[in-house]
Design a protein around this ligand. Structure first.
Ligand SMILES: Cc1cc2nc3c(=O)[nH]c(=O)nc-3n(C[C@H](O)[C@H](O)[C@H](O)COP(=O)(O)OP(=O)(O)OC[C@H]3O[C@@H](n4cnc5c(N)ncnc54)[C@H](O)[C@@H]3O)c2cc1C
Length: 475
């Protein structure tokens, strides 16, 4: 493995020549936005930032980096939540930011495909699909900032997984620049292609450790004609799972959202998010936001959903329901869910977990985790919310009221350990959608088998023998 050395002025100038000096900088002010991440958990440092404008420039950058043992940190919208996009070395790390490579190359409504460069902002892809009368269903809170290259490199989840799968499932082809600068041109738009190993899968969820994605061919879907959104109050988490199966039985793949929220989370939103309103008259221990999308006419879907919700109230599965009466009200219901993460900051320190367990085990997981959290830090307040339909919860724990924030956050590792051990006992995952990065790198060997870890290291060595791509992340 090539020794990675400090980047000389001469080498920095060679990198700058590739992008042109306007798109290469190393002064503190220009680099600042690329060095911090939004949770302020990591403070980055880099020798320089490069903003290539083409696949050829990315290729030249990696060729030079590989020959000189220079560490490259690929960066998209910098919204990642595990520190994977953060550079950590003021002498040796070069950020390669894909933001200038933001062209939508082709939208083909007949083939249901969209081809774009990796730096395209997710919301712009959604808009382009919509203009063509189609849907690109990947959707997450950071969609106005995150880029498709980042989404694919983290195999992002979000709210559409239930019906459409993770980011990985929406990809037909990829163009990737390998560590040695070679360009793997795989921008195919075929739905079926069993000609050997599916190489693109290696780069999906690889967090920039195996290559730089420069363009993607994506699947588009039919735009639903109608949508119903309900805000449901429930007596307990077990009822949420029962409701999930009842809705699934009736609506199948029309179920496009099933998001769990605890009362404490709703209280945080109502306290801190201006203009928010409780859709239900009474307080309930748990809530679920149910979204059903269909190719049926609006009236037909509405009738069906009203009947379904009426029957679950009658059966005693749910306590109360508000069905959105307009698109605006549906958005207001969603806002209660999407603000849930942000408002926790205003309640002091919050220790995060992004876990998944089998859907059927969620009530048992929640019960055991609540007890364990109380034992670990008495008075700590669990705020578990998220994509129940995918078995994925953001098991966040807010500090006890009036506790010292720094002291509470210093117990991050202890709390993670307690929660992750329970997750593991259910055969779950310690990172359902946010990835590994640096945050969970040292935990990974504990929760993956030796053979899995060895195979991952073998792949890394084969594709990036000089360890120039995002070193120290994931592995
Ligand atoms: C408010 C908010 C809500 C969020 N909600 C969700 C959610 O619901 N579901 C979810 O899964 N995530 C969520 N996230 C996390 C984050 O938005 C996703 O991980 C997103 O996919 C990251 O995209 P990005 O462009 O910001 O990538 P970055 O943060 O810039 O990078 C993430 C990783 O991808 C690598 N990378 C970036 N671009 C490339 C490329 N072109 N080629 C190779 N590697 C690359 C980086 O090196 C890094 O390892 C949320 C984040 C925020 C701030």
């Amino acid at each position: 493995m090539t020794e990675q050395t400090a980047i000389s002025d001469d080498l920095a100038a060679q990198f700058a020549t590739i992008t042109g000096p306007r798109h290469a900088f190393s002064d503190d002010e220009s680099m600042a936005p690329y060095l911090v991440e939004r949770r302020n958990l990591y403070k980055g440092a880099a020798r320089m930032v490069l903003r290539p404008g083409s696949t050829d420039e990315v290729s030249q950058i990696l060729k030079l980096a590989n020959n000189t043992g220079t560490s490259i940190i690929p960066q998209g919208g910098n919204t990642g939540l595990v520190g994977a996009q953060v550079p950590f070395d003021a002498d040796r790390h070069v950020v390669v930011s894909l933001g200038r490579m933001n062209r939508i190359i082709d939208v083909n409504a007949d083939a249901n495909t969209l081809v774009c460069e990796a730096g395209t902002i997710l919301a712009n892809i959604q808009d382009a699909a919509d203009e063509a009368g189609r849907l690109f269903p990947l959707s997450l809170g950071a969609e106005g900032t995150c880029q498709i290259g980042g989404n694919l490199s983290t195999n992002a989840g979000g709210t559409g997984v239930l019906a459409y799968g993770n980011a990985r499932d929406m990809v037909l082809g990829l163009e990737v620049v390998l560590a040695n600068g070679d360009i793997l041109g795989g921008l195919r738009t075929l739905r079926k292609d069993n000609t050997g190993y599916d190489l693109k899968q290696l780069f999906l969820g690889a967090e920039g450790t195996l290559g730089i994605i420069t363009a993607a061919a994506l699947k588009l879907f039919a735009r639903p004609k109608s949508r119903e959104v309900a805000f449901v109050g429930l007596p307990d988490a077990k009822s949420a799972v029962t409701l999930f199966h009842k809705v699934m039985d009736c609506e199948g793949r029309n179920l496009t959202g099933f998001e769990l929220m605890p009362r404490i989370g709703l209280d945080f939103v109502l306290t801190h998010a201006p203009g928010s309103r409780d859709p239900l008259a009474e307080r309930h221990p748990w809530y679920v936001l149910v979204e059903i999308s269909s190719s049926d006419e609006a009236e037909l879907l509405k009738d069906r959903v009203e009947n379904l919700l009426g029957s679950v109230i009658e059966d005693g599965v749910v306590s109360d329901v508000a069905l959105a009466m307009s698109g605006q009200q549906a958005d207001d219901f969603w806002n209660l869910r999407t603000s849930m993460s942000e408002v926790q900051k205003l309640e002091g320190g919050s220790i995060k977990h992004d876990i998944s367990v089998p859907v059927s085990d969620i009530p048992a997981f929640l019960a055991r985790a609540e007890k364990a959290v109380e034992t670990c830090i008495p008075g700590a307040r669990p705020v578990p919310f998220g994509h129940l339909g995918d078995g994925n919860l953001h098991y966040n724990v807010s500090q006890p009221i009036d506790a010292d924030k720094a002291v509470f956050l210093s117990r991050w590792g202890d709390m993670n350990e307690v929660v992750h051990e329970i997750v593991a006992s259910f055969g779950g995952s310690i990172s359902a959608e946010h990835g590994i990065g640096v945050m969970k790198r040292d935990l990974l060997p504990r929760y993956k088998s030796t053979i899995e870890m060895e195979l991952m290291r073998t792949l890394k060595k084969a594709l990036d023998p000089n360890n120039i791509l995002n070193p120290g992340k994931m592995l």
